[in-house]
Design a protein around this ligand. Structure first.
Ligand code: SF4
Length: 333
């Protein structure tokens, strides 16, 4: 069986060399820093969405040395719109650790990389295999799907431990770079969730599920997204917006958002309320139902609160991490 795994592994390498997505921006002029940023961005977001964010991020912070001076707000601002903001916070925390404990050089060992915030076994494995050419297994959603179909355990779920064992057996120690990129690409472009193109797959002669993948109809009940309602007060002067840093461990954590009603209640009667915007914002597992009251103030004023807040000048909002729907609304005012 091990020999069979090695054959499959070599087929993936050969396929990648011919058909892989060599043009992806993080696959050119590779550095551990670039692989790290791309892997974090790709953790919960599709490749086509990540590409422009990755390019902009690398334009602003082309190296570890450059990002080492960035503030949390600046990193959040670059992440604005990409979602799952905990990832941006982890990038900030990680670059601080690399600056303070690793002399601003990306760590080289698996255990050191694994100890960094937001980096699990699969991301650490990808960085080792892709940046340092040291073979380590990976196990993201695409790889799990390919393995599941390959060994025909589609009905009985495979345990996490067994997934890792198979991923380890498949690993190509001679060319871990092409193998790792190849298995990711195969899962993303050929062995896709709903419509695998088995006739184009290099593994079709070894795969237990080739041409027999059955897609279960989606459970409609399970796909209903949780609704979160938010009532916010967006206050602005001619030149600035009043925003608070959301420190809560919740959606939009660490981003700058308008105050909620409870905090602003005693201030609202001195302001001019001129608009209400109802916005429905779709997230991966949730729907945000936003009701935003917009107020104008003649001048900036102080708030009695222990929260961190700021009047942010209109021409500076790009420098802060602000959720996409709020940013869009502010740009229209
Ligand atoms: S043969 Fe089909 S099911 Fe099997 S790995 Fe390839 S695309 Fe997936």
């Amino acid at each position: 069986m091990n020999k069979q795994f090695q054959n499959i592994s070599q087929q993936i390498v050969d396929w990648y060399k011919k058909y892989g997505r060599h043009e992806l921006p993080w696959r050119r002029n590779i550095t551990p820093y670039k692989i790290w940023i791309s892997e974090i961005m790709l953790q919960q977001t599709q490749v086509k969405t990540v590409i422009p964010y990755f390019k902009n991020f690398l334009k602003k912070y082309p190296t570890l040395r450059k990002i080492s001076q960035a503030s949390e707000d600046e990193i959040m601002a670059q992440w604005s719109g990409l979602g799952f903001y905990r990832r941006a916070r982890n990038i900030f925390l990680t670059k601080e650790i690399i600056k303070n404990d690793f002399n601003n050089i990306f760590p080289k060992t698996y255990n050191e990389i694994l100890s960094l915030p937001g980096i699990g076994k699969s991301t650490a494995g990808a960085i080792m295999s892709l940046a340092y050419l040291t073979p380590r297994p990976i196990l993201d959603g695409n790889v799990k799907r390919v393995i599941t179909r390959l060994v025909n355990k589609g009905i009985k779920p495979i345990k996490e431990k067994e997934f890792w064992q198979i991923s380890e057996k498949l690993l190509n120690t001679k060319d871990c770079f092409s193998f790792t990129q190849g298995i990711m690409d195969l899962g993303a472009t050929i062995c896709t969730p709903t419509n695998p193109t088995c006739n184009q797959c290099p593994l079709k002669l070894n795969c237990q599920s080739a041409f027999k993948v059955k897609i279960k109809p989606k459970n409609k009940k399970r796909s209903i997204k949780r609704l979160i309602e938010m009532n916010l007060q967006l206050i602005h002067t001619e030149k600035s917006f009043l925003l608070v840093k959301n420190e809560e461990d919740s959606i939009w954590s660490r981003l700058w958002i308008p105050f909620n009603r409870a905090t602003m209640d005693s201030y609202l009667n001195r302001l001019t309320h001129y608009k209400n915007e109802q916005i429905s914002h779709q997230l991966t597992h949730r729907v945000l139902d936003l009701s935003i009251n917009i107020y104008k103030s003649e001048k900036e004023f102080k708030i009695q609160t222990n929260k961190k807040y700021k009047w942010i000048k209109k021409d500076k909002i790009k420098e802060y991490g602000i959720p996409k729907p709020i940013n869009k609304l502010m740009n229209e005012l």
